[in-house]
Design a protein around this ligand. Structure first.
Ligand SMILES: [Zn+2]
Length: 265
């Protein structure tokens, strides 16, 4: 079995401030090492459970955060951006048997992570079919588009709760609990151990129960922080400006929604 691992940073154990996610800034090196350790733990668990091939997508900011040296030797890593609508999932296709997400975070407008956002910090919220849409939703639907189940999610507790409600088969490992502009986290070593154990055990779950539900049609809405972003967005073919800061785009094909997000969000 081939496993695809998409790793972000704002749901890494203990991370609390934007500077900690930024190369060269306060504590970035610590959290880069922790992000790498959590991703590596997920890869090790998958390999111990029988995965022959693991492809890691570094999916934060520069997409050049994870230290490849700490990954198991069976793992490959996609560093940098493919510049396609697959974005944080670049490299996935139908040949994969499962997806893991590590270091993922709550969506813009969720109060469960001090670093809550959706794709960037220029929007108030992104909605899909009338509900708040975390990056996890965008990317779980990409997995479903290729008929690949999502077996593991690690990140903040708010996002884990969201996933438990939307795709109960997926195993979740909460490592942080947002409290206003702060968060309460477990010990970094305990996080790594729990992720390792969960990654080893989650592949025993049924494939069907871990397939994220795919709607038959899609309505995407974005509320931008700045009104002029909505003015620019309405020039995207099919995009409707619905207010000073808001736009809407609809399609029955999820790839159209991904293209819309890629060019407009
Ligand atoms: Zn990130």
């Amino acid at each position: 079995m081939k496993i695809f691992v998409s790793s972000d940073m704002e749901g890494t154990c203990g991370i609390t401030a934007w500077c900690e996610t930024d190369k060269g800034k306060d504590l970035y090196d610590h959290f880069r090492a922790q992000m790498s350790a959590e991703c590596a733990a997920a890869c090790r668990g998958a390999i111990e459970a029988g995965a022959e091939d693991v492809l890691v997508k570094d999916a934060h900011d520069s997409a050049r955060n994870i230290d490849p040296n700490v990954l198991p030797e069976q793992a490959r890593i996609f560093r940098g951006w493919g510049r396609t609508p697959l974005s944080m999932m670049a490299g996935i296709d139908e040949s994969f048997g499962g997806v893991f997400f590590t270091g993922y975070h709550s969506a813009a407008e969720m109060d469960t992570n001090p670093l809550s956002h959706t794709m960037n910090t220029q929007n108030n919220f992104v909605k899909l079919n009338d509900e708040l849409c975390p990056e996890l939703m965008i990317n779980s639907l990409i997995a479903s588009y290729y008929r690949v189940p999502v077996y593991l999610l690690t990140g903040d507790k708010g996002l884990c709760d969201w996933m438990n409600a939307h795709c109960p088969g997926t195993v979740t490992v909460p490592v942080n609990e947002g409290r206003g502009a702060g968060c309460i986290s477990i010990h970094p070593s305990v996080a790594v151990e729990r992720i390792h154990n969960a990654a080893r055990e989650c592949l025993e779950k049924g494939r069907e129960e871990c397939l994220f539900p795919m709607p038959s049609s899609f309505k995407a809405e974005i509320s931008f922080k700045e009104h002029f972003k909505a003015e620019g967005a309405r020039w995207y073919p099919g995009c409707v400006k619905t207010g000073a800061r808001t736009v809407r785009y609809e399609s029955r094909d999820y790839m159209d929604i991904l293209k819309f997000f890629y060019w407009v969000l």
